[in-house]
Design a protein around this ligand. Structure first.
Ligand SMILES: [Zn+2]
Length: 165
């Protein structure tokens, strides 16, 4: 069975018989002396081992990892500290005052005026009134209703706006 691994220096993929595990060889691509790993490895795994700790933490976007990193920073006193400290305020700044979270549903059918579709104008006007800093999210909604005029079930759409106001 062959061991497939990557040269830590040039990332050249190498295949060596498993009997050579643990021995040093010269990389045929870059000439660097590398140690053959003990077993078969996936290329992503070997790359992770090579990546320095700082970069590995940056890639991991989970909140828990950030907290852990933040706690370690004062001890290590790395240049990354101010960057991480500054990354938090924008999240808090999203909370605008202590206004309540509200929703507004705008149906396309309710924006029809003498056969004219004003849906886009109505939605744009509402979003403008709310103001971008207060907007939380906008969702599309589809629904079916009974149209009295045509005596048929019709499908229509609209938007649901979540905002603070
Ligand atoms: Zn190499």
């Amino acid at each position: 069975m062959d061991i497939i691994f990557e040269c830590p220096n040039c990332n050249q993929e190498l295949a060596v018989d498993s009997s050579g595990a643990g021995t040093n060889i010269e990389c045929p691509a870059c000439g660097d002396t590398i140690t053959i790993p003990a077993g078969p490895q996936n290329p992503p795994d070997s790359r992770e081992l090579v990546v320095p700790n700082l970069t590995a933490s940056a890639i991991n976007a989970s909140a828990a990892a950030k907290v852990e990193k933040h706690l370690k920073v004062p001890v290590r006193n790395t240049p990354a500290e101010p960057l991480i400290a500054k990354a938090k305020p924008p999240l808090g700044a999203r909370v605008v005052g202590d206004k309540q979270v509200r929703i507004k549903t705008i149906r396309r059918a309710s924006c029809m005026e003498s056969g004219h579709d004003n849906f886009d104008e109505v939605v744009s006007k509402f979003l403008l009134e709310v103001g971008e800093p207060h907007l939380m999210s906008v969702h599309t909604v589809g629904y079916t209703y009974f149209d009295v005029a045509t005596q048929k079930m019709l499908t229509d759409y609209g938007v649901l706006v979540v905002y603070r106001g």
